[in-house]
Design a protein around this ligand. Structure first.
Ligand SMILES: *[C@@H]1O[C@H](CO)[C@@H](O)[C@H](O)[C@H]1NC(C)=O
Ligand SMILES: *[C@@H]1O[C@H](CO)[C@@H](O)[C@H](O)[C@H]1NC(C)=O
Length: 368
C-alpha cells in the first residue's frame, strides 16, 4: 500500500536526439496510475502508437461488401498487449462539401458506426448487424461493411484509444454508380428539396453528392438545368461554356446557385448504383401503351424498370438497345453504350423522349 505517500510519478523525458528525424529514442518514461483502475497497471509511454491505412479511399458497388483498412502498431513493439479500444465513426458524404442547411443539420455530425474493446463490440444505427472488424492480424482493425447502401458513402474515421494515446486515420468510401439529371413529369423546375429527395428514391437512386456530380462532370456530363444536390445546394455541370448556361466567359465547371431555400423549385441530380437484378429490354411482338407495358413486365415475372435502374444498367453493365421503351415513371428512354448512326448523339448515353402521352405505343424495359 502507498499509505499517505503521494503517488509517485517517474518521468524520464524522452530526448529527441538531433538527426533522429524527430522519432523517439529508446528512452521511455512511465506513469504509475494508482488512481486508475486500482490494479496497478503500468502504462508505458515513450512508446508511440501509430494508426495507419494503406488506402485513403476505397470505392465499391452497392449491395456488395467492402473493407475499410485500418491497422495500429506500437513503436517500439510491445511484448505485452495493451487494452485498446477502437471506434469507427462516420461523416456522411453529403456533409463533406459545403455547410449544413437546417434540413440536413441532423446528419452532418460524425456518428458512431462501431465501438470495440477486446472481443466485445457494438454497432449502431443503420450499421447494426452489418459491420465487423476484420482482425486478420493483431493490429488489424479494418472495418468490414456488408450490404452496402447508397447512403453509406462518406468519410470513416478509425480511432484507436489506449488510455493515454488516441490516434486516428480516415478512409473515404464512395460507391461506383452514375449521376442522372431528373425532372418531374409535371415539368421543369418542379421539385422543392424534399420532393427532389423523394423523386430520386422513387427512381431507385438518391440525391447525388457534390463529389458525385463533380466526378460526373469530369467524365463529361454537361447539363444546363439546375438541380438539387444532397447537401441542399443547387448546381449544374457545364463542359462546354455557352450563353444561358453561365455565359461563354466562364470556364467549364460547376455552376452553383449555392444553398437555396428548401421550398424553392429546381430539377434534381440523382445517383444510382444498382447491381442487384437485371434490367432488360422486353421482347414483345407489338408496341405497347403505358398500361400494357406495366402489365407486360409483370407477366414476364418482373416489373417495369425505374430510371435509376436503367442508368445503372447502362453505365455499369453496358446495356445497349436502340429502342425507345417505357419506364416506371411514365418516361420513355433507351440506353446506348456504343454511339452509332440513328441512335441519338455521337456520345454514349441514355436517350430520353420525356414523358409522352400514355396511350402512345413504345417498347418497354423491365427489371427482375
Ligand atoms: C440509408 O438507406 C437505408 C435504406 O435505403 C435506410 O433504411 C436508412 O435509414 C438510410 N440511412 C440514413 C442515415 O439515411
Ligand atoms: C392501353 O390499351 C388498353 C387496351 O389494350 C386500354 O384498355 C388502356 O386503357 C390503354 N391505356 C392507355 C393509358 O391508353
Amino acid at each position: 500500500m502507498l499509505g499517505v505517500q503521494r503517488p509517485l510519478l517517474v518521468v524520464w523525458v524522452c530526448l529527441l536526439i538531433p538527426g533522429s528525424h524527430g522519432k523517439y529514442n529508446n528512452g521511455f518514461y512511465y506513469h504509475d496510475f494508482t488512481n486508475g483502475n486500482g490494479n496497478g497497471e503500468i502504462y508505458y509511454n515513450g512508446v508511440r502508437l501509430y494508426v495507419e491505412s494503406p488506402q485513403p479511399s476505397v470505392s465499391a458497388i452497392r449491395g456488395s461488401s467492402i473493407t475499410l483498412p485500418c491497422h495500429f502498431r506500437y513503436e517500439p513493439e510491445l511484448n505485452i498487449p495493451r487494452r485498446t479500444r477502437v471506434k469507427w465513426s462516420w461523416l456522411p458524404a453529403l456533409s463533406l462539401n459545403g455547410h449544413a442547411t437546417p434540413s440536413t443539420a441532423a446528419v452532418t455530425m460524425e456518428t458512431e458506426v462501431m465501438v470495440a474493446m477486446g472481443n466485445r463490440h457494438r454497432s449502431y444505427g443503420s450499421f447494426r448487424g452489418r459491420v465487423r472488424l476484420r482482425r486478420s492480424t493483431p493490429g488489424d482493425m479494418s472495418l468490414v461493411i456488408n450490404e452496402l447502401q447508397l447512403n453509406d458513402t462518406g468519410r470513416y474515421r478509425c480511432e484507436v484509444i489506449d488510455g493515454l494515446e488516441d490516434e486516428s486515420v480516415t478512409v473515404d468510401l464512395e460507391l461506383r454508380g452514375v449521376v442522372f439529371p431528373y425532372y418531374s413529369q409535371k415539368g421543369r423546375y418542379h421539385f422543392n428539396f424534399l420532393e427532389a429527395q423523394k423523386a430520386c428514391v422513387e427512381q431507385d437512386g438518391t440525391l447525388a453528392t457534390f463529389e458525385q456530380l463533380f466526378t460526373a462532370w469530369e467524365e463529361g456530363l454537361d447539363w444546363c438545368n439546375a438541380g438539387w444536390l444532397a447537401d441542399g445546394t443547387v448546381q449544374y455541370p457545364i463542359t462546354v461554356p455557352r450563353e444561358g448556361c453561365g455565359g461563354v466567359d466562364l470556364a467549364p465547371g460547376m455552376r452553383s446557385y449555392g444553398h437555396r431555400h428548401v421550398l424553392h423549385r429546381f430539377d434534381a441530380f440523382c445517383f444510382a448504383a444498382n447491381v442487384k437484378g437485371t434490367v432488360y429490354f422486353l421482347k414483345h411482338p407489338s408496341k405497347l401503351n403505358f398500361t400494357e407495358a406495366v402489365q407486360a413486365c409483370a407477366n414476364n415475372g418482373g416489373q417495369i424498370a425505374k430510371v435509376g435502374q436503367l442508368y445503372a444498367a447502362w453505365r455499369l453493365m453496358g446495356l445497349d438497345q436502340c429502342d425507345a421503351g417505357w419506364l416506371a415513371d411514365g418516361s420513355v428512354r433507351y440506353p446506348i453504350a456504343k454511339a452509332r448512326p440513328n441512335c441519338g448523339p455521337a456520345e454514349p448515353g441514355v436517350r430520353s423522349f420525356g414523358f409522352p402521352p400514355q396511350h402512345q405505343k413504345f417498347s418497354v424495359y423491365c427489371y427482375q
